[in-house]
Every structure is written in structure tokens, then in C-alpha cells.
Design a binder for this molecule. Structure first.
Ligand code: ASP
Length: 340
């Protein structure tokens, strides 16, 4: 074979090889933040303009706060904790003040937080007297050798750490109380709790946040009151690392919302990260597969928000709507509720 034919073959092979390579990832944003305020039957016309505006305003305030921390060089962990705390303090969402009621008539709160740089994580489940469960979850991560503390034990740890306990009544809102009464009526008329969540009225209201900071570190967190009329110390996916929350600098940071039992069984947030890590999928492909195929086929309603190590944001849900928004660097926040 002569020299020029040889070089031609090499060039053509190199060209074919290059065509089959995945495009190289490029940084889309140096830092960014994404949140959700629950998924469900959130459709146009269900909320009044006033209600819509108050959800949007609170989500915008939270995004701006988180983003300010990131723009000043703060950590993704600080941004996630602060942003979630702000949403917990708002009665609009099913987390902290305004959480849903358990069957007992009390509020039982779950939260978790995770750092992508070292896979450190902390979580609390079934706490009844902690104003901001996300801050306690962070304390579990940073001040204890454990990952998940539950119920009275978690509260004893909180007291040891100097947290003030609040009366369970602090979490009360009339709307959530009425939801519990309706759930009980529906149960008495023969509907179980799983049929309740398929009702076209239902919306989850859990809050979650994922962020990327200027140092390239990812973090994610989730906080919730769980599901209305839950019984027997039921704990959902939100405080379960790998189900409701996951962060790994090598892949992405994710928070989920939806019917927790499905999210636990499918280890949703870790599954998305693992598809990226082991199968080389993009965040978008991985989230689409898990949320819109695996979960959907099983009837697992809900969604996820996530941010990739290069600053891309993905928000996927298989319900008619999801309260969601993101802010990349100092661009204007983008906030949505409905499908498009
Ligand atoms: N995932 C939560 C749970 O099952 C509920 C929600 O997302 O609103 O406890």
C-alpha cells in the first residue's frame, strides 16, 4: 500500500472515530441553583392568579437568596440549606410551617441534605418539634457520626446541639387540616390512602433544592411533611439518601418529590446518578428514563430537579405540573408550575 493511501485510510478512520464520540461537555454556568415546591395535579385554572403569584414570589425570593450566596463565593451546601429553610418557613409548601398532617393529627417532618464533594449526608425523619428540619439534617451530617436520625432520638440530638424545640401547633395551617379531614372521610368511605393520591385534586408540596458553587461543588436537599393521613410512623423518600436526595460531584445533585414509596423502591435519585456514572448518559437522558419511563410505568407520580456539574439544569416530572425554578449565575430566575 502506498504512503498516501495509508494516510488517507488513517484520516478517514480518525474522522469516523471522531463522529462516534460523545460531544465533550462544556461548562454552561459557573454556578447555579434549582428548586422544586412539589409536583402533582397543578394545572392552569386551579390556582387563582393571587395564589399563583404568591407561589412565584416565594420561589423567586428563595432562588435569589440561594443565588446570592453562590455569587458571593458561598458553598452549594450553604445555598441549599438557606434556600430550603426559606421554603420551610413559608406556609405555602408541605415542609416546615404548612406541612401536611399525619393521621394522628400531628405534623411529622422529614429532611435530608447531601454534599457532592465527599458524599457526606445527613437526614432526620419523623421529627415533630423542629422548626427547620433541613438545618437539623445538616447538623446530623456535620456534628454526628451518623446519617439518619429519627423521631425522639433526633430531637434529643437537636436539644444537645442547642436547637430550640417548637410546639407542634407551629406547623398548623387550616388548609392542611382540612385536607386531613377530607382524607379521613375518603378513607371511611372505602378509599385507601393510595387512591387518595391518585385523585385529580392531589398535589405534593415537598420542597427541594440542588446547587453548584463556584468551586465546582454540588449539594442537594429535600424537606417535607410527607403525605397527608400517613400512619404508623410512615417515612417517605425525602430523608432517604439515594431515594429523595443525592449529590455527587462526578455526576449531579438531585432532589425528588412525589409518591415516596415508589421513589424509595426505585432508589430514584441514585439511579439517575448511577446511569450517568456507569452508562455515560446525560443528566437529561437519565432523568427522562427514570421519571417518565420507569416510574410512570409503575404509576409512581412525581418528579425531580437537578443540576449537573457543568451547570445544566434538568427538571422532569410525570404529573400535570410541578412548582419549579432555577437561576444560573446572575441571569433572571426562571419559574414554572405547569407542563410548558
Ligand atoms: N415525597 C414525599 C413523601 O412521599 C411527598 C412529596 O413529595 O410531597 O413523603
Amino acid at each position: 500500500m502506498n504512503y498516501s493511501l495509508k494516510s488517507m485510510i488513517i484520516l478517514v478512520s480518525l474522522f469516523i472515530f471522531a463522529c462516534y464520540q460523545k460531544p465533550v461537555d462544556t461548562q454552561t454556568a459557573e454556578y447555579g441553583i434549582v428548586i422544586h415546591g412539589g409536583a402533582g395535579w397543578i394545572t392552569e385554572g386551579k390556582l387563582s392568579k393571587e395564589e399563583e403569584n404568591s407561589y412565584k414570589a416565594k420561589m423567586e425570593e428563595a432562588l435569589r437568596r440561594g443565588s446570592q450566596i453562590l455569587s458571593e463565593g458561598g458553598s452549594s451546601l450553604d445555598a441549599v440549606a438557606e434556600t430550603i429553610m426559606m421554603l420551610e418557613d413559608s406556609p405555602l409548601f408541605n415542609a416546615g410551617k404548612g406541612a401536611v398532617f399525619a393521621s394522628s393529627g400531628e405534623n411529622e417532618l422529614d429532611a435530608s441534605i447531601m454534599e457532592g464533594k465527599n458524599l457526606n449526608a445527613g437526614a432526620v425523619a419523623g421529627v415533630k418539634h423542629i422548626k427547620n428540619p433541613i438545618i437539623l439534617a445538616r447538623a446530623v451530617m456535620e456534628k454526628s457520626p451518623h446519617v439518619l436520625l429519627a423521631q425522639e432520638g433526633a430531637e434529643a440530638f437537636a436539644v444537645e446541639q442547642g436547637f430550640e424545640l417548637v410546639d407542634n401547633k407551629y406547623f398548623f395551617t387550616q388548609g392542611r387540616w382540612d385536607d386531613l379531614q377530607n382524607a379521613k372521610k375518603s378513607e371511611q368511605s372505602g378509599n385507601d390512602q393510595s387512591s387518595l393520591i391518585n385523585e385529580k385534586e392531589f398535589k405534593f408540596g415537598t420542597v427541594g433544592c440542588a446547587a453548584l458553587d463556584k468551586d465546582g461543588n454540588l449539594a442537594a436537599g429535600t424537606s417535607t411533611g410527607g403525605m397527608t393521613n400517613k400512619k404508623f410512623g410512615r417515612i417517605g423518600d425525602s430523608p432517604i439518601i439515594g431515594a429523595g436526595t443525592y449529590a455527587d460531584n462526578a455526576t449531579c445533585a438531585i432532589s425528588a418529590t412525589g409518591h415516596g414509596e415508589y421513589f424509595i423502591r426505585n432508589v430514584v435519585t441514585h439511579d439517575i446518578s448511577a446511569l450517568m456514572e456507569y452508562k455515560g448518559m446525560s443528566l437529561n437522558e437519565a432523568a427522562e428514563l427514570v421519571v417518565n419511563k420507569k416510574l410512570k410505568e409503575q404509576g409512581g407520580n412525581g418528579g425531580v430537579i437537578s443540576i449537573y456539574k457543568f451547570g445544566n439544569v434538568v427538571m422532569k416530572f410525570n404529573t400535570p405540573g410541578m412548582f419549579r425554578g432555577f437561576m444560573l449565575e446572575n441571569n433572571e430566575p426562571q419559574i414554572k408550575m405547569y407542563k410548558n
